[in-house]
Design a protein around this ligand. Sequence first.
Ligand code: NAD
Length: 294
Amino acid sequence: MVAVSSPPGLNTLDALLDLLRDRRVVVLAGAGCSTESGIPDYRGPENIQRTRTPVQYQEFVRSEAARVRYWARSTAGWARIASARPNAAHHALAQLEEGGIVRGIITQNVDGLHQAAGSRRVVELHGSLASVRCLACGRITPRDEHQERLRSLNAEWMDRLRDGGIEVAPDGDAELPASVVESFRVPACEACGGVVKPDVVFFGENVPAERVQDAWSLFEEADVLLVAGSSLTVYSGRRFIYRADKEGVPIAIVNIGPTRADDLAAAKVEGKLGSVLPGIADALVPRGRPRASA
Ligand code: NAD
């Protein structure tokens, strides 16, 4: 294991650069990568007071009221998600992949912003908001298309929402009063009439085995695991930490605030990803440098 600890006062960024230089890096990304694109995280310092709990898988499947609540909020908040653009952190990760430092990204994010920035090898552990899936027949439909059905079925509802001055939260899950949610109409699958769900892994749902395998295959290429913007509270991401620790793969972290791997990290930088990652990318992959061979 490459032990690069960072005693207080030492330049932690230099320690991180030493750890990453000339090594194959696999990134474990989380919601912190996208906050600078306007998509909130769950457990950042600004969200301590949040009371809203995300919908659970079993609840969504069993309860029509839960689905009405989910789709009403999601319909109201979608424009903000759909218009989000990659920030400097996403671009830096793409630059590091282009330069042959980053082998790929295992992301817990569902917003597609890594790919939008140009990252090529991305395992979307928790799926993607860009499509919806029928739980009965498995039909996949682009979210934009589904959004049109949601909007046309709820045209008056959308008008009332606009007139009502209701504040839309920026993460695609707007806060709406129960009285507003109740009158929302949820479209069924066009092919079979089944229940339609966003193609993301909800809390209480397993990550598909094939996708976990893709993530392990990428992980196995790592000399270093770089955690970017994740509290590592969710087990499906934290499992990579356990294996890295077991196999002596050094763990590097860039995050604001604590993570569940701080005591295992060989180097940690507390700072904004949109500032720290471009600095790392420019130091390790000066722009214009040709792509390194694998
Ligand atoms: P998390 O909310 O648990 O942790 C995010 C961490 O990033 C926090 O510690 C926070 O302080 C830090 N952070 C926030 N902004 C930062 C910045 N600019 N620079 C550096 N650090 C920053 O997120 P998680 O660990 O990814 O787990 C959240 C779960 O919710 C995941 O399963 C994910 O699928 C889902 N989620 C996804 C999105 C998205 O797709 N953008 C957004 C919210 C939640």
